[in-house]
Design a protein around this ligand. Structure first.
Ligand SMILES: Cc1ncc(COP(=O)(O)O)c(C=O)c1O
Length: 305
């Protein structure tokens, strides 16, 4: 994401618009933990204790096109958004129409559209990139997570036009482009781009969604809503989300909390139908355990009350 932000600023600089440095972002976004990306995300709990907030980000309410328009000025360089707000927004899918409108705003105002596909990219939503099923193409996109199939690596991609300022030597890092990471990325692409990979994933993702919907219907006191796309799933919890994470962990299912009292399920992209069945069985057990615990607590309260 640092590279993507630098690329957006550099594009305007080499076009002679040195003043165009500001980036519009959205409330409840999460773009990473470097100083600049903390500022881009704008979440107080992550910024606290790290000194002055990096300048250059204008945050507007999520989904508010009028606010985006108001925020655009002569110093604006780009609009930055996650196709699905995950960490902060609690698996909140951005409306396609909104993305199209952002694209239009960028085109009419000479801005770059930057997508943070760190979480959604590399297959997570059943397409190689989430933007592919939105009808909107970004100018710059950040990737990581599944890019190396478990081996740590990140990258940003740009169109030829948007990347024109990033000539050799303008960006780099100690481990950037290292041969082991590149080999891991290459091997990951061999798997993902093999015929049928995403078809199978789409079928399994649908199955997962249907089975989760059944759990929600049977345990409405635990799960209120199923959100997300592909294997980026959010369960909005009726109990505190940390309790659901703990109950799942007791069943040896790893999940992670997100904003809006959501629990994220992020299965491996190669998960099998049988493994989905096993995970669902464990989710049922976790939901049942939480319901029993709530009933017990209520009985105890009535007894003492
Ligand atoms: C949407 C998004 N962007 C960026 C990042 C990168 O974060 P970090 O700087 O912690 O690697 C993450 C990590 O979870 C993410 O979910």
């Amino acid at each position: 994401m640092e590279g993507a932000i630098k690329c957006a600023r550099k594009y305007h600089a080499v076009n002679g618009a040195l003043e165009r440095v500001r980036i519009i972002t959205f409330e409840r976004a999460f773009h990473g933990r470097t100083l600049a990306t903390l500022a881009a995300g704008g979440q107080k709990k992550y910024l606290e204790g790290f000194g002055p907030v990096v300048e250059g980000f204008d945050q507007v309410p999520f989904g508010d096109l009028a606010a985006v328009k108001r925020a655009i000025g002569p110093t604006t360089a780009a609009i930055l958004i996650e196709p699905i707000q995950s960490e902060g927004g609690g698996v909140h899918v951005v409306d396609n129409q909104f993305l199209r409108e952002l694209r239009e705003l960028c085109d009419t105002n000479g801005l770059l559209l930057v997508l943070d596909e760190v979480q959604t990219g590399m297959g997570r939503t059943s397409d190689l990139f989430a933007f592919q099923h939105t009808g909107v193409t970004p100018d710059i996109m950040a990737l990581a997570k599944a890019l190396g199939g478990g081996f740590p690596m990140g990258a940003f991609l740009t169109t030829a036009a948007a990347g024109k300022g990033m000539t050799a030597g303008t960006h780099g890092s100690t481990f950037g482009g290292n041969p082991l990471a590149m080999a891991a990325g290459n091997a990951t692409l061999d798997v993902m781009l093999a015929p049928g990979f995403f078809d199978k994933m789409r079928r399994n993702a649908l199955l997962l969604k249907q089975r989760l919907a059944e759990i929600k219907d049977r345990h409405p006191a635990v799960i209120a809503e199923i959100r997300g796309e592909g294997y980026l799933v959010g369960l909005r919890a009726m109990v505190p989300n940390g309790q659901l994470v703990d109950a799942l962990r007791a069943e040896k299912v790893l999940a992670v909390a997100a904003g809006d009292n959501v629990v994220r399920l992020l299965p491996p992209l190669i998960v099998s139908e049988a493994e989905i069945g096993e995970a669902i069985a464990r989710l049922y057990r976790a939901a049942t355990a939480l319901e029993h615990a709530a009933e017990k607590a209520q009985v105890a309260q009535e007894a003492t009350g």
